[in-house]
Design a protein around this ligand. Sequence first.
Ligand code: PLP
Length: 530
Amino acid sequence: MDAEAFRRHGYALVDWIAAYLSGVERHPVLSPNTPGAVRDALPATPPETGLPFEETLREFERVILPGITHWNHPGFFAYFAISGSAAGVLAEFLSAALNVQAMLWRTSPAATELEQVTLDWLRQLLGLPAGFEGVIYDTASIASLHALAAARHVAVPDVRTRGLRVRDDLGPLRVYASEQAHSSIDKAVMTLGLGHDALVRIPVDADFRMRPGALREAVAGDRARGATPLAVVATVGTTSTTSVDPVGPIARIAGDERIWLHVDAAYAGAAALVPETCDVLAGCGEADSLVVNPHKWLFVPFDLSAFYCRRMDTVRAAFSLTPDYLRTPEAGAVRNLMDTGVQLGRRFRSLKLWAVLRHFGSDGIRDRLAGHTRPAPQFAGLGGRRPHLQWTAAGPRARLAEPMRLARQFAAWVDESPHFERLAPVPFSVVCFRAAPRGSARGQHMGAESVSDNAATDNVAAEVAGSAAAELDALNERLLEAVNATGEVFLSHTRLRGRFAIRLAVGHVRTEERHVRRAWELFNDKLRAL
Ligand code: PLP
């Protein structure tokens, strides 16, 4: 493709993307494809002759697009929504064109240094202390894997050379996380050779937050049994309900016990930029490491996960290994990103973080010039304490806060309805709820059980309650399927205290109140029809 053809196809593609992003509501949010549809529509053997790019684009529209679940759709309420902005998309384009590998400083000094600068900007925006050094990974799963690898390096200093084969000097290793922690922690523990049994799940309180007392007891019990506590993972914004573990008390326990504290703030870390939730990372300054995902709630297209560590030298000690062909004369004077993890080659991800922070920064300045940035009275003064909050006043800050407002609105509808009930608090932008028509097993998830003196009566009552609860679960599964089948919205589910819970996660930049209202209408309509 010569430069002229690239220009032509590039312009056409940008037009396509612009039309797609502004008209994404024309597509069903959830792909209507049946399994194998894309596979079957493409040749089973590699195409022999090349196609003109126009035709490739036509095949994309005909075959691939129907197989897309549109995370960009404002009715996408599943999992955690993306919030990728146009500035980030353009930066991805640029990054693909530059196509650099940021493994060594000299393989692109800008890629290394921009990563340092943008992560330090983000650190300041999050209100984390200066001692935290950042590095970008693709996902939070990989960030947490590296955190636990560093913790393993501390607890078992010769693990690099001797591994974890059966050793007399080591008891079983233990990692602690709440019952609500993300499955990436399980995977990290398994990947690091600790064995899944090494992960100790700490019980949560009524609001799904880790109970520090139970953590302390678990650590003490393990020590008494000869186990070696390695790390504790606290979550700020759990996947199911977005609950926030009490990081301060957990940090004190980790400090007393001299074990690594990693904070998984993949989703909710970004809320630190919003005045009303600016203390969400309270206590995290005491952590050894923390991950936050700008690709979730900070306008950066997937994938970009920011990992912060107060002991990055330990990460480097665990991973750095320089074969001769990668030795460079400036090694002592610069950081080589390949030293901070498993992978050698690294994409130029910081370019999109930089573009997003730059874009919204200038937007904020424009807003300020237009006189729109005066903080609401309840937020007055916050900017004084953390000046960066002024910078984001009416640009990204308002956009960050909107999903929380919409979620609270939805939660209020649920609370007022005789046909639905809410299953968890709403600290951020996720609502867990279910249909619970009057006369059903409503309220049972709260653990409200009738007490009787008669064991036989109790057994019968438990059986009846059990089957009513199972019926309610089945009703909610059918309801969710029916709503998702409309193609207008897409929600996912979770299980809370054993009960099926529907989960509405607001987060896309294009989601407005009308979309959330439509979701609520659909749930009511479909429930009546079931
Ligand atoms: N941690 C939490 C709390 C999450 O909710 C998720 C995913 O949603 C992850 C980690 C994993 O994120 P990633 O896809 O970046 O690995």
